[in-house]
Design a protein around this ligand. Structure first.
Ligand code: T5A
Length: 207
């Protein structure tokens, strides 16, 4: 049966670096896999991503940010994720709803029940089969991300914001260990990838 796998973590922890690795493992195991991302993954979703990450609207309200994330997600589910799963393809997604709980819930302090209502509306009972959360201290993520690109609107938040995001991710992993796995992302990339591979086996994504 097709699997829905998502990759999460604070900025710079190595999601993009590990996405290709997971795709390769899936492909080597004979899985057909669609790789995508949030916010984004569709024409509308990528336009919303540009709006969400641009510096032009620094005063965007937390509620507007929340609903734009779910608007992009609704489009993504309908146009990409659900059709792929229905065709029997695995879906590997760079961020999904756990990011909303972590950033809009933990980071912005929005009511988690409000996020839960939108989750139910947009996704029904659908949840990822496995969510891997790459976990590292904020300064490690910042140092890694800093080597690479100009910060977007969310990346310009203070360290305290990302501490709350990280804590929210850790809490999600504690609350739902049956489908959410925290991976220590501090060690060198090869060691992180070894942990990821073990988790994919433990959660029966790979045989
Ligand atoms: N968002 C998203 C919300 O607020 N709510 C939501 O619901 C959703 C879906 C999206 C933004 O939107 C927010 C969260 C985000 O702020 P994004 O592009 O998905 O943005 O996320 P970013 O965190 O910005 O992604 P990055 O590309 O910045 O970080 P990555 O992918 O985690 O890091 P990566 O792989 O590019 O690695 C960074 C550097 O570290 C090195 C890599 O080589 C690279 O140079 N590296 C390592 N170095 C040493 N040891 C390791 N183990 C390493 N792993 C990677």
């Amino acid at each position: 049966m097709a699997k829905f796998i998502t990759l999460e973590g604070i900025e710079g922890v190595g999601k993009t670096s590990n996405l290709n690795f997971i795709q390769q493992l899936l492909s080597d195991a004979g899985h057909d896999c669609v790789v995508t991302r949030e916010p984004g993954g569709t024409a509308l979703g990528e336009s919303l991503r540009s709006l969400l990450l641009a510096h032009s609207d620094t005063q965007m309200s937390a509620d507007a940010e929340l609903m734009l994330m779910f608007a992009a997600r609704a489009e993504h589910l309908n146009k990409v994720i659900l059709p792929a799963l229905a065709r029997g393809q695995d879906v590997l997604c760079d961020r999904f709803t756990e990011a909303t709980y972590a950033y809009q819930g933990g980071g912005r302090g929005l009511d988690l029940a409000k996020i839960g209502q939108l989750e139910h509306w947009v996704q029904g009972a659908l949840r990822p089969d496995l969510t891997l959360i790459l976990d590292a201290p904020v300064e490690v993520g910042r140092a890694r991300a800093g080597r690479r690109s100009t910060p977007d609107r969310i990346e310009t938040e203070q360290d305290a914001f990302f501490e709350r995001v990280r804590a929210a991710y850790q809490q999600l992993a504690q609350q739902q260990p049956e489908r959410i796995c925290l991976i220590d992302a501090v060690p060198p990339l090869e060691a992180v990838q070894s942990s990821i591979e073990q988790s994919l086996r433990k959660y029966n994504i790979l045989d």
